[in-house]
Design a binder for this molecule. Structure first.
Ligand SMILES: Cc1cc2nc3c(=O)[nH]c(=O)nc-3n(C[C@H](O)[C@H](O)[C@H](O)COP(=O)(O)OP(=O)(O)OC[C@H]3O[C@@H](n4cnc5c(N)ncnc54)[C@H](O)[C@@H]3O)c2cc1C
Length: 373
């Protein structure tokens, strides 16, 4: 598969084009040395700590983290160019994805000075990984209904409950848990929530892997059996958990991974005799990447583009699924590797529109913003 088909914007600055070129050259070298095989949905399903370390050595992790915290002080746009090239090439990204995408900016925004100095350099060097501890068995879309509790004890908090669908928790070092630290107030359901940094290797934490319908294992149930979380692992401010997770979700919803999870398959389709069937999808990719890029710009300006991020996620994840469906329909066969890539895409498809907030929930957010509800 030729890397480089990805349609870079015509008006890109020379500096970004040069960066894009160096990522492609790196990827070509890695592919030809057999270090990875392009695949779909690699930011969730391909955990490869060696590859993550190689990216860190190139300076492509923690790009937007300030240099005083061990990062590279680059812009969101530079990070955007690097991540879209990595995604389009189907490189293995899961080992650092959550930490690099949302935990680093959250720590910068809400972490203590000690947390910044402890975690940010290790995120930039690819030496620590994180999971997201939001969803629970009965709390997904309605996140404010989480039942995991944080109870004040001497020197910290005792956290008890169960999280579910925690991607990568069986490999990750830490996850940030959303818990209720004050009884639910039905008139203000978003109050009384807080976040804690929990060590996934703690003996009071049980990680039970969930097997997906395609037999793969990437997400988990995580049971917290009265885990002691010291005060310095409280994340942000007690009672401010809702604002913090909402801010985190802006980073989670708007990036190029909400458009490009099946791009390696689209690239195969465009190079096949069925090219015409895939061209409309390419046009959609080009439009959506502009929108996603604009959101990266807004985030860089310190804005919170929640509605725009929701729109990109709804449209982008639909496109990802449509690429899988087209490939399945035209029977993009010829190579065994390609057939399994098509079936992996089809089986991953239901997750595209669920993870990070379902389409129905995002439709609601968009409608409210437009004053339609
Ligand atoms: C691949 C994958 C990875 C994930 N990784 C993580 C992770 O790492 N960490 C984490 O915390 N979570 C993770 N999740 C969980 C994900 O965030 C939830 O699945 C999602 O928020 C939906 O919650 P739910 O599964 O409980 O479904 P529910 O909330 O029970 O929803 C079921 C259905 O009802 C619809 N629905 C619910 N409420 C409304 C409403 N008010 N209006 C209209 N329709 C509604 C939904 O759209 C959905 O179709 C992951 C999920 C997937 C699929």
């Amino acid at each position: 598969m030729p890397i480089g088909f990805f349609p870079a914007p015509e008006d890109e600055t020379e500096q970004l084009t040069q960066l894009r070129r160096s990522v492609r050259e790196f990827l070509l070298r890695e592919r030809s040395s057999g270090s990875y095989t392009p695949w779909v949905d690699t930011w969730l399903t391909r955990w490869d700590t060696d590859f993550t370390k190689k990216l860190a050595n190139q300076g492509w992790l923690g790009m937007t983290i300030p240099t005083e915290y061990g990062g590279h002080g680059k812009t969101f746009l530079e990070r955007f160019v690097v991540t879209e090239e990595l995604l389009a090439a189907g490189a293995p990204l899961a080992a650092h994805w959550v930490a690099d995408r949302q935990i680093a900016p959250s720590i910068l925004k809400y972490g203590t000075a000690t947390q910044k100095h402890t975690y940010l350099p290790r995120i930039a060097s690819g030496d620590i990984s994180f999971g997201i501890g939001m969803s629970e068995p009965d709390s997904g879309s309605d996140l404010a209904s989480v039942k995991t509790k944080g109870v004040r004890v001497e020197g910290g908090w005792e956290v008890t409950g169960a999280k579910v669908w925690t991607s990568g928790a069986h490999h990750a070092d830490r996850f940030i848990v959303l818990a209720r630290t004050k009884a639910l107030d039905t008139l203000n359901r978003h109050a009384g929530l807080s976040q804690f940094i929990v060590d996934l290797t703690d003996s009071a934490v049980e990680v039970n892997t969930i097997t997906s319908m395609n037999g793969s294992q990437h997400f988990n149930e995580v049971v917290l059996n009265s885990v002691f979380v010291p005060d310095d692992h409280l994340f942000g401010t007690i009672g401010n958990g809702w604002e913090q997770v909402t801010s985190e979700l802006s980073y989670e919803r708007s990036g190029p991974e909400r458009v490009l999870s099946t791009y390696p398959l689209l690239e195969k389709g465009l190079a096949s005799p069925h090219r015409r069937a895939f061209l409309p999808h390419l046009a959609r990719v080009i439009g959506l990447r502009k929108m996603s890029f604009a959101i990266a710009n807004a985030l860089a300006r310190g804005e919170t583009p929640d509605t725009a991020a929701a729109i990109v996620k709804v449209l982008g994840t639909k496109l990802e699924g449509d690429i899988a469906e087209t490939a399945d329909r035209v029977r993009l066969d010829g190579f065994e590797e390609l057939c399994s890539m098509v079936s992996a895409s089809v089986l991953q498809r239901p997750g595209f529109t669920l993870r990070g907030g379902t389409t129905e929930i995002l439709d609601g957010i968009i409608a409210r913003q437009l004053g339609l509800r």
